[in-house]
Ligand binder design. Structure first.
Ligand SMILES: Cc1ncc(COP(=O)(O)O)c(C=O)c1O
Length: 461
């Protein structure tokens, strides 16, 4: 165990010069230590470990959960990483895998959270349950920062504890009788939450797809935008742009087609814009920039990848009043009911942080963090380009999508882990369309990204 912890706490320092070239890349940390997260082993003391229990309840397992394949992708990667650490206790492992942020939260943001936390210790400053939909000031600030140009109002914003929880809440909203379409490859939470809700059929091993889900293939050949003429009508369409994992952002023209497609089919579009602040070209940052989107779309978003809030937990969902069910009932009213029933609002401390993120200084600090990761992305893209690989994404997203034609993603993942001690993510974990690709995340300390790239060059030169 000590050896494992030792290997988790590595100190990596290396010269950046070969990667810097003419670029003015910034360094935040010169020597970086990667303290390990120790996972405590919990043992049940009530039952001796040798004693077998044969008692079973009379509750049958939720058959939808039984349909799910293996574990959720990212815990599976963590499991393989742990196994690798046991095998190579002295290896300096670098994780460019699950897409967790690494850079400290800017102080202008943490000091606002600390202030709110301290106020909770005072009679005047204490507050308990807040509004389930989020604090009025934060809702207003999200509306004015991200949606002023598209005319969305504060009461159309629902603050949450993150986009992932909202994806599941939206599935509860839709229920089990809807059909859904999803980009292939895509962030696994859309498909898995759909399976859990009972919207799908069984997993079909031969095609690696669940029944009753329309997989919209996104490949380099179609510019990572699905051929909508071959997509069947579904009730719900999940669409993520900039996309995780391919890193590509849909253009205005493409999103206009998507909104029209949803309208023609009477579908609801759930648009995930968790990486919108990484966009640096003319691609829309919100689906509501597309005329008519308010009648067909919901947008989920998050502070996780902007401000390093993956642990703080804060996001939001925007549901326009104009979005109606077939009977004319507003979707937002039902979502409000779900939120009031199953969620008591985001942490008040996290919301103070969110408000600070959207202050002028906080926003600038967030953009600096985003800029830092974008520089990492460039280093990774340059590395694989120089090795002759076809590389996608990267420009508008913190993910680089590297093509290993003819090879299995898990095989490449294992090769990279075994030979370089770098954790990536196998593309096939995001759907059958990801086979043959590996996703390399740009979330990492600069020194670690540079060291990882040095090892990639060593392996694939
Ligand atoms: C596309 C996408 N949506 C949502 C999330 C989850 O965000 P949150 O941390 O707000 O739950 C992620 C996290 O990686 C993501 O990649």
């Amino acid at each position: 165990m000590a050896a494992i912890q030792q290997s988790l706490s590595t100190s990596i320092s290396s010269s950046a010069s070969t990667f810097l070239g003419q670029n003015k890349l910034r360094f935040r940390n010169q020597n970086v230590s990667m303290p390990g997260k120790t996972s405590g082993i919990v043992r049940c003391v009530a039952t001796p470990s040798t004693e077998k229990t044969s008692y079973k309840t009379q509750v049958s397992r939720n058959e939808n959960l039984a349909k799910l394949q293996a574990g959720y992708l990212f815990p599976e990667i963590a499991r393989r990483r742990s196994a690798h650490m046991l095998k190579h206790p002295d290896a300096q492992i670098i994780s460019l895998g699950i897409g967790d942020t690494t850079e400290p939260i800017p102080e202008v943001i943490t000091s606002a959270m600390a202030k709110r936390a301290h106020e909770l210790s005072t009679l005047n400053g204490y507050s308990g349950y807040g509004a389930e939909q989020g604090e009025k000031q934060l809702r207003a600030s999200i509306a004015s920062t991200y949606y002023a140009n598209v005319g969305l109002e504060e009461n159309e914003i629902f603050v949450s504890d993150g986009a992932k929880s909202d994806i599941s809440r939206l599935q509860v909203l839709f229920g089990s009788n809807v059909s859904m379409a999803v980009q292939d490859p895509s962030y696994p939470a859309y498909v898995d939450s759909s399976v859990i809700m009972g919207q799908t059929g069984q997993f079909q091993k031969d095609v690696e797809k669940y029944g009753n889900i329309a997989y919209m293939r996104c490949t380099p050949e179609n510019g990572f935008f699905p051929d909508l003429s071959s997509v069947p009508r579904t009730d719900i369409i999940f669409f993520c742009s900039p996309n995780n994992p391919t890193g590509s952002a849909a253009s205005r023209e493409q999103l206009t087609k998507l909104v029209q497609f949803a309208k023609d089919n009477g579908s609801i579009l759930v648009y995930d814009s968790a990486y919108a602040m990484y966009i640096c070209d003319d691609s829309p940052k919100s689906i509501f920039e597309i005329p008519g989107a308010k009648e067909v779309a919901i947008e989920v978003s998050s502070f996780s990848k902007y401000a390093g809030f993956t642990g703080v937990r804060l996001g939001w969902t925007a549901i326009p009043k104009a979005l109606l069910y077939s009977d004319g009932f507003p979707v937002a009213k039902d979502f409000n009911r779900i939120v009031c029933t199953s969620f008591n609002g985001a942490s008040n401390i996290a919301q103070a942080g969110g408000l600070a993120c959207l202050s002028p200084d906080g926003f600038k600090a967030m953009m600096d963090v985003v800029g830092y990761y974008k520089e990492n992305t460039q280093i990774i893209m340059d590395t694989f380009n120089s090795l002759g690989y076809k590389v996608y994404g990267g420009k508008n997203a913190p993910y680089v999508w590297v093509h290993f034609p003819g090879r299995s993603s898990w095989e490449v993942f294992s090769e990279i882990l075994e030979k370089t001690h770098v954790v990536t993510t196998p593309g096939s974990g995001f759907g059958p369309g990801g086979e043959g690709f590996v996703r390399v995340s740009a979330f990492g300390h600069r020194e670690n990204v540079i060291e990882a790239c040095r090892r990639f060059k060593e392996l694939y030169k």
